[in-house]
Design a protein around this ligand. Structure first.
Ligand code: ZN
Length: 290
């Protein structure tokens, strides 16, 4: 299943994309898509529906994040060997974890607003996974049982905040609008192997990133098991698994985002995103839906 939410920010309605590409309204079945509805039981209930009996949605308008109530947004750094090399950093022996503030989460096609002092804003196409049941000290062999499905993520980053302002990376990763997720939560039955997915990202139509999850250092199952030894993962938590090569920071000379540019990105089976980049302007946040 491809689950999604559509409508203005804060007023999204639940839906699903049927096998003919028609968006169907789920609001007669569930109140919203969130931690309670993406458990194994919740997803089994949705999978049993006859999609053709659900009302089609004529005009969806904005697409929101495919689930609400994301409790934790955990990210993995330098998880592709070729990206570690382009970043000039050592290939990690254990997964590097950091958090993205959940307040950075936006819909897949919402604008990215550069922070006031941003000079080195950058892009990162990533495979994300969504937890469907509590995971604590799980074995790698069982780890995918805890995954509800997969999402496309742009791990937008400000490299000066991330790397030149002291402490760890979070300052450059959690800025408002730096976490587009969606368009779909694709349940794992549609992605039998998450380690064979092609990924790409363009800026103004120019291909910047081309990669495949088959070059990840720590795969999805490994990450679920690893993280669960430190942090209990709960339904609705999202983990974004690192980016393949081709980020602006790794180019010679480096290239960073500017207001007016358009980012498009996609991963096999997970759909595509499109974001307009906006320069910071005083007063913008007063008008922005929280
Ligand atoms: Zn990343």
């Amino acid at each position: 299943m491809k689950l999604l939410r559509y409508g203005p920010s804060g007023q999204e309605r639940p839906g699903l994309l049927d096998s003919d590409g028609v968006i169907r309204d789920l609001s007669g079945v569930i109140g919203d898509i969130g931690p309670d509805t993406i458990t194994p039981e919740g997803l089994a209930k949705l999978a049993a529906l006859d999609a053709s009996s659900l009302p089609p949605v004529g005009e969806t308008g904005r697409i929101g994040t495919p689930l609400t109530g994301i409790g934790k947004f955990i990210a993995v750094g330098l998880n592709y060997s070729d990206h570690a090399i382009e970043s000039g950093m050592a290939i990690p022996k254990e997964p590097i974890l950091f958090t993205k503030a959940t307040s950075c989460i936006v819909g897949p096609n919402d604008p990215i607003v550069l922070p006031a002092d941003a000079t080195k804003a950058d892009w990162e196409v990533e495979l994300g996974f969504v937890i469907g049941k509590p995971a604590r000290y799980v074995n790698e062999a069982d780890a995918l049982d805890y995954v509800a499905g997969y999402v496309l993520i742009n791990d937008v980053s400000e490299r000066q905040f991330q790397l030149e302002r002291g402490s760890q990376w979070d300052k450059g990763k959690g800025c408002d609008t730096f976490g587009p997720i969606g368009p779909y939560l694709v349940t794992k039955d549609e992605i039998p192997d998450p380690q064979v997915l092609g990924a790409w990202l363009d800026v103004d139509g120019k291909r910047m990133q081309t990669g495949n999850t088959n070059t990840m250092i720590f795969g999805v199952a490994n990450l679920v098991a690893y993280i669960s030894r430190f942090i209990t993962l709960l339904p609705g938590d999202v983990v974004t698994t690192g980016t393949p090569p081709g980020v602006g920071f790794g180019m010679k000379p480096p290239v960073y985002l500017k207001g007016g540019e358009v980012i498009t990105l996609g991963i096999d089976g997970l759909g595509e995103q499109r974001q307009e980049v906006r320069a910071f302007t005083d007063g913008f946040w007063e008008t922005y839906p929280a």
